[in-house]
Design a protein around this ligand. Structure first.
Ligand code: PLP
Ligand code: COI
Length: 365
C-alpha cells in the first residue's frame, strides 16, 4: 500500500477544552487517552488495508481471537513533543518503526511498512494535536502503537488477520519521583528473557512475565527490577522497562558503560541516542558485559559513581540504591550524578527543540 489515505471519523463527543486543560495540568502517566485512535487492518492475501482515524473507544473482539489465547501482541512507545514554534515533533520514530518490524518478525506477524507507521502517527496527531502539552516543560504526548492477532480460532499458529492501532496519552514523569533517584531490585531468581527467546522484541508477554518480580521488587521498596542473564544469572541485562547505564570514575577518567545487546536485551532508542550524545560530550562509552557483582562491588568501593535507567517513558532516571537478597548498596550518595544530569539535559533539550538537532533525530508530525 503506497500513499496511505486514512478515512477519518471524528469523535462526536470529544473532551471539552476545559477538561483537556485539566488533564494536561497533571497528566500522570497513561491515565488519560486522547479523543481518537488510528487503526489499520491486515488480512492474509490482501495485506494492509482500511487505514482509519476513529473515535477512541473499546475494541470488539471475538472471545476466540488468537491474541487472547496465545499472546500474539507487540507494541511500541514513543513521544510527541511541542516545539517552541508551536509545531509538533517526535524523536526518532523511524527507529521505532524498524523495531516494530523486528518485533513483528519475531512473533510471526506481518511487518508494517515504515511509511504506514509514520503516517499513522501524523494522521492521529492531525486530529489530536491539541493534546500535546505546551512547550518548555517536560510533559509530552506518549504514543502507543500496537498490533494484535484477530483471527478467530484456537489452533496454535500465526493468525491470518491483525489489527494495528495507535492510541495516545498525555504524559508527565513515568516514575512519580521524576529525577529523584529510584531504588532498584536486583533480581537473582526470575529472569526477563533468555537467548533465543523474545527479549529483543517488544511484546506484551515479556511484560506479563515481569509483573511477579516487579511486585517482589515493590515489596522491597523498589520501583524497577534489574535482571541478570538467564543462562548464568551473572550478567546484567536491563530493567523491566529501561536500559541501564553505569558511570565508572577513577583518577579523573570517566567511563560510561552499558550492557551489550546480547540477544536478550531490548535495543532501546534512548540507549542508542545516549551513546551518541555521550561521545559528542567527549565521554568514553563502552558497551560490554557487566556483572551484577561489579555493580554491587563498584558501588561499595566508590569506583561506580552513577547508575541510571533510560527509556522513552522514563527518560533518564537515576538509581540511588540497589537492593538484593543479601542487602543494599547506595550509589553516589543516593544523589543524581553529574553525567546523568548532563545527558538528561542534553537529550531533553533536543527533544524540546531547545538545542540543535545535529543528528537529525526530530521528525515533524
Ligand atoms: N527496555 C525495555 C524492556 C523497555 O520496555 C524499554 C522501553 O521502551 C526500554 C528498554 C527502553 O527503550 P526505548 O529507549 O526505545 O524507549
Ligand atoms: C517505554 O518507555 O515506552 C515503555 O514501553 C516502557 C513501559 C511503559 C512499558
Amino acid at each position: 500500500m503506497s500513499a496511505p489515505s486514512f478515512a477519518v471519523t471524528m469523535n462526536p463527543a470529544p473532551a471539552s477544552p476545559e477538561r483537556r486543560a485539566e488533564i494536561l495540568a497533571d497528566p500522570g502517566f497513561g491515565r488519560y487517552m486522547t479523543d481518537h485512535m488510528a487503526t489499520i487492518r491486515w488480512t492474509e492475501g490482501q495485506g494492509w488495508h482500511d487505514p482509519e482515524i476513529v473515535p477512541y473507544g473499546p475494541l470488539v473482539l471475538d472471545p476466540s481471537s488468537m491474541v487472547l489465547h496465545y499472546g500474539q501482541e507487540i507494541f511500541e512507545g514513543l513521544k510527541a513533543y511541542r516545539q517552541p514554534d508551536g509545531s509538533i515533533a517526535s524523536f526518532r520514530p523511524d527507529a521505532n518503526a524498524r523495531r516494530f518490524q523486528g518485533s513483528a518478525a519475531r512473533l510471526a506477524m506481518p511487518e508494517l511498512p515504515e511509511e504506514l507507521f509514520l503516517a499513522s502517527l501524523s494522521e492521529l496527531l492531525a486530529v489530536d494535536g491539541e493534546w500535546v502539552p505546551a512547550a518548555g516543560g517536560e510533559d509530552s504526548l506518549y504514543l502507543r502503537p500496537f498490533m494484535i492477532a484477530t483471527e478467530v480460532g484456537l489452533g496454535v499458529r500465526p493468525s491470518s488477520e491483525y489489527l494495528y492501532a495507535v492510541i495516545a496519552s498525555p504524559a508527565g514523569p513515568y516514575f512519580s519521583g521524576g529525577v529523584k533517584p529510584m531504588d532498584v531490585w536486583l533480581e537473582t531468581e526470575y529472569t526477563r528473557a533468555a537467548l533465543g527467546g523474545t527479549g529483543t522484541a517488544k511484546c506484551g508477554g515479556n511484560y506479563a512475565a515481569s509483573l511477579l518480580p516487579q511486585s517482589i521488587g515493590a515489596e522491597h521498596g523498589c520501583s524497577q527490577v534489574a535482571y541478570l542473564d538467564a543462562e548464568e544469572r551473572t550478567w546484567i541485562d536491563e530493567m523491566g522497562s529501561n536500559n541501564l547505564f553505569f558511570v565508572f570514575s577513577s583518577e579523573g577518567e570517566t567511563e560510561l558503560v552499558t550492557p551489550e545487546l546480547r540477544g536478550s536485551v531490548l535495543a532501546g532508542i534512548t540507549r542508542d541516542s545516549l551513546m551518541t550524545l555521550a561521545e559528542d560530550m567527549g565521554i568514553t562509552v563502552i558497551s560490554r558485559r557487566i556483572a551484577g557483582q561489579e555493580w554491587l562491588g563498584g558501588a561499595a568501593n566508590g569506583l561506580l559513581t552513577e547508575v541510571f535507567g533510560c527509556g522513552t517513558a522514563a527518560v533518564i532516571t537515576p538509581i540511588g540504591t540497589v537492593r538484593h537478597h543479601g542487602g543494599e548498596v547506595q550509589i553516589g550518595g543516593g544523589e543524581p550524578g553529574p553525567v546523568t544530569l548532563r545527558l538528561r539535559e542534553g537529550l531533553t533539550a533536543i527533544q524540546r527543540g531547545a538545542a540543535p538537532d545535529k543528528h537529525g533525530w526530530m521528525y515533524p508530525l
